[in-house]
Design a protein around this ligand. Sequence first.
Ligand SMILES: Cc1cc2nc3c(=O)[nH]c(=O)nc-3n(C[C@H](O)[C@H](O)[C@H](O)COP(=O)(O)O)c2cc1C
Length: 183
Amino acid sequence: MDTLPLNKVVRLLEPGPLVLVTTAHHGRNNIMTMGFHMMVQHDPPLIAFVLGPWDYSYKALVETKECVIAIPGVDLMEKAVDIGNCSGAEVDKFKEFKLDASDAENVKAPLIKQCLANIECRVVNTDLTKKYNLFVVEAVKAWVNSERSEQRIFHHKGDGTFSVDGRTKDLKARMTKWKEITK
Ligand SMILES: Cc1cc2nc3c(=O)[nH]c(=O)nc-3n(C[C@H](O)[C@H](O)[C@H](O)COP(=O)(O)O)c2cc1C
């Protein structure tokens, strides 16, 4: 094995699905792109993510304590990257990227109609926000767009390259200790 520079460790662990995070603040909807997120708990579902003060979305999240995590399909890959390369301070991203906002049920942040899934979230813990820009949110409602023909998600490899979901292998029968999650 060769050594890997520590600043590249992210490339080994980051590839969860790339997601979009919406917020609404003072009547203005915004979207950002996010790679740094993880599940924390099954029930109630808790998710942790890093959202930094360099993002216009940060103030909206801190002040409203609400967001939507939207999961784009592979057809939205280029848009998702472009959304993460401009600021809501200057651009109305829903308009610029021709995405439709629709009302969520429990939060003011909007759903993105074109996405595969949308998770309405409320911030429940900010103990590590000051130190690591880390927020823990609770999923309070989830929506999936099962009618959509393109269901593949994609992953940021941490360096501006992306991989697309491939073959799914069903190993449910081997998950003997974790039957609950295979139902
Ligand atoms: C592939 C990709 C992944 C990103 N992941 C994160 C992330 O996990 N956390 C974060 O704070 N910013 C992340 N960003 C940066 C924000 O999306 C970017 O700063 C964006 O312009 C913020 O939008 P806003 O200023 O309108 O909030 C990522 C950007 C890209 C392109």
